[in-house]
Ligand binder design. Structure first.
Ligand SMILES: Cc1ncc(COP(=O)(O)O)c(C=O)c1O
Length: 358
């Protein structure tokens, strides 16, 4: 593809090389190396929470977050409109996902639909801040408080988003992040978990390292979800470029928004424009046929549009049949336009000419 839907931001190669040289000098590749410790600290400062743990992926972040709930039995009320990892992590950890439909305008889990699904088996609510657009946080918090449920946010897309003046990742009992290469901020592969207190962070840090509390001592179960020094070095360099990345995204996002002229689609309704990270530019066509036509025409012209999120997760083949009409309808009509640091204005205009021609 001439214009892919996403390209990773890459720091200057010489800067990365210098950090690789330091790894060679220290001969320390993983397990709480200097870069990991520094990256975790800087990331915590950026987010505004000292209770931040860096892990190997956004998926392992979700798995460890779910693990903090304890005995893995019971139901998790969740969104059908997210990436497959949100649902598969629930099933992988032994819980049953119960889908509640989404809000039509903002695409987050609909609190009213959540209430209708609560039962004696419910353990937690797991909602996604879709494209970095905040869920209806206050209502979800109120429901989780009233019913004594944990509230987990999949914040895979939420790096750099603020809501009511603080990082979106500081809401809920736990929020998770993905630093996969396709994300606005990445560590090649990686992720993080932001929680509310020291005890939970210590638990998560044990989970990510086999349960170790000393060389020969263990406390509870664990897996290997550690981030290594090479990924942490990438994280440190990309973190120092984060302001620049976010500003560029915002201007690209505004260009798309200002120049879409077709009446056959709608763009993302933002819950709070000010703090939005402009991580994706989804367009929701009025009909599935229009979206398919756009994808086909774009492909012919060397442009990748990605059907994201598709399919609606309540339709996965390991999920009991159930119906979420809004999510199913949106996911059959939505796709994301190319958006990455190096995307030029003229490339954006090429994309727009295809979209506006539908
Ligand atoms: C909403 C959402 N949750 C979770 C993930 C999984 O993150 P990772 O690819 O880092 O495992 C992704 C990745 O695309 C995502 O978009």
């Amino acid at each position: 593809m001439r214009i892919p839907v996403s390209k990773p931001f890459l720091p200057k190669r010489d800067e990365y090389r210098k950090m690789v040289d330091q790894i060679w000098q220290r001969e320390w590749l993983t397990n709480n190396g200097d870069f990991l410790i520094n990256f975790e600290h800087q990331l915590g400062k950026f987010i505004g929470s000292p209770h931040t743990s860096v892990v190997s992926s956004g998926t392992s972040a979700l798995q460890l977050a779910l693990k903090t709930l304890g005995a893995n039995k019971g139901e998790i009320i969740t969104t059908p409109f997210s990436y497959v990892a949100t649902t598969s992590s629930i099933v992988w950890e032994g819980f049953k996902p119960i889908f509640a439909d989404i809000e039509e305008e903002f695409l987050g889990l609909d609190p009213q639909k959540v209430t209708a699904k609560i039962s004696s088996k419910t353990r937690a609510i797991l909602a996604t801040h879709v494209y970095g657009n905040p869920c209806l946080i206050e209502d979800l918090e109120e429901i989780s408080r009233q019913h004594g449920l944990a509230l987990i946010f999949d914040g895979a897309h939420s790096f750099g988003t603020s809501y009511n003046g603080k990082s979106l990742l500081t809401y809920g009992d736990i929020a998770t992040l993905s630093f996969h290469a396709t994300k606005l901020f990445h560590t090649i592969n990686g992720g993080a978990i932001v929680c509310k207190n020291k005890e939970t962070k210590e638990k998560i840090d044990r989970y990510r390292n086999f349960g170790h509390i000393g060389i020969n001592e263990f406390n509870g179960e664990g897996i290997n979800a550690k981030m290594c020094e090479f990924h942490s070095a990438m994280g440190l360099l990309n973190l120092s470029a984060a302001k620049n990345i976010l500003a560029k995204r915002k201007s690209q996002w505004e260009l798309y928004e200002g120049e879409i002229s077709t009446k056959k689609l709608s763009t993302l309704e933002l819950r709070e424009r000010e703090g939005f990270n402009a991580s994706y530019f989804p367009v929701i066509f009025d009909k599935s046929e229009y979206m398919l036509e756009a994808v086909r025409k774009a492909e012919k012209n060397g442009i990748e549009l990605r059907r994201y999120f598709y399919p609606s997760l309540n339709t996965l083949n390991y999920i009991e049949p159930n119906h979420c009409p809004i999510s199913e309808s949106v996911s059959s009509r939505i796709c994301c336009l190319p958006l990455y640091h190096k995307l030029t204005e003229s490339e954006q205009k090429e994309v727009l000419s295809i979209i506006n021609d539908i």
